[in-house]
Unconditional design. Structure first.
Length: 276
């Protein structure tokens, strides 16, 4: 309980620092209705946390008897687990953008046109249940479930600090090892050059390896190409999935391609009217 209180204290301290900075700079990074919506979504995740923890341990205990290896816990294997978890997270995050069904869940996190630390709270309530299934193969190989859970939790904590405009570009440090606020602002952009870029958690190296890294070269337009849903937390969480089930759902790039095709069509010429 005490570590959780420390965590919450750090989180809310930095939110207050960011809010004070934006006020002093006269920079609009908060919409208070949107920030309240983000906090309500976070509270919803906390309410269902006992269920997600129970689901996690059920899955972990399900695969543990079938582990071909019993990998010991030491400094080397903890580092290896972290690296594997980051590699797996990169692909999970990428598929959350590229696969329409997963995008309905991840859309919650990207649908806000504002970028501030409370944006990190916008995690779909169903997402954690899906994510835990995805990471099961790491447990099945023989890695310790608690070490993996710690690595993933650390990644989420690190990423909290990436959702801000308070920190500008870090110059020559950008795009080589660690994810940064600048790189993550790009990830949240709906600019055509920024869509489906910078998937890394703590590390940005996999974006370099797999060709998805993009530096922040133009002002970021936050949000999604399909438009603003609103401030209602229930709509933010559930509307994309409902639209998908109705067959009325597009990925970011698909929507952008359709818009570009419409814009590139030649104007329709009306037939000349004959004069009697």
């Amino acid at each position: 309980m005490l570590p959780l209180l420390y965590f919450l204290g750090i989180v809310y301290l930095f939110i207050l620092i960011e809010a004070f900075w934006s006020w002093r700079q006269e920079k609009v990074v908060h919409n208070w209705r949107e920030s309240l919506s983000n906090i309500i979504i976070m509270l919803g995740n906390n309410l269902i946390k006992p269920l997600s923890i129970a689901w996690k341990y059920f899955l972990f205990r399900l695969v543990e008897p079938f582990q071909p290896f019993d990998i010991p816990v030491n400094a080397g294997t903890i580092l290896l687990t972290f690296f594997i978890a980051e590699f797996a997270y990169y692909w999970y995050h990428r598929w959350n953008h590229e696969l329409p069904l997963l995008w309905t869940l991840h859309h919650t996190h990207h649908s806000s046109p504002w970028m501030n630390l409370t944006t990190a709270f916008r995690i779909n309530w169903m997402g954690s249940f899906v994510g835990q299934v995805y990471f099961l193969p790491i447990i099945w190989i023989g890695f310790d479930p608690e070490v993996l859970a710690f690595c993933l939790a650390f990644s989420l904590f690190y990423q909290f600090f990436l959702h801000t405009e308070f920190v500008g570009s870090l110059g020559r440090f950008e795009g080589w090892l660690l994810n940064t606020p600048s790189a993550h602002r790009v990830h949240h952009g709906s600019n055509e050059a920024y869509i489906d870029k910078n998937y890394g958690g703590v590390l940005i190296i996999f974006d370099r390896w797999f060709g998805t890294y993009q530096a922040e070269t133009e002002k970021v337009q936050y949000g999604v190409t399909t438009g603003f849903i609103g401030h209602n937390p229930l709509k933010v969480v559930f509307l994309p999935l409902w639209q998908y089930l109705q067959g009325n759902w597009k990925r970011e790039k698909d929507n952008l391609k359709e818009d570009n095709m419409i814009n590139q069509r030649p104007p329709i010429r009306k037939p000349a009217q004959s004069v009697n």
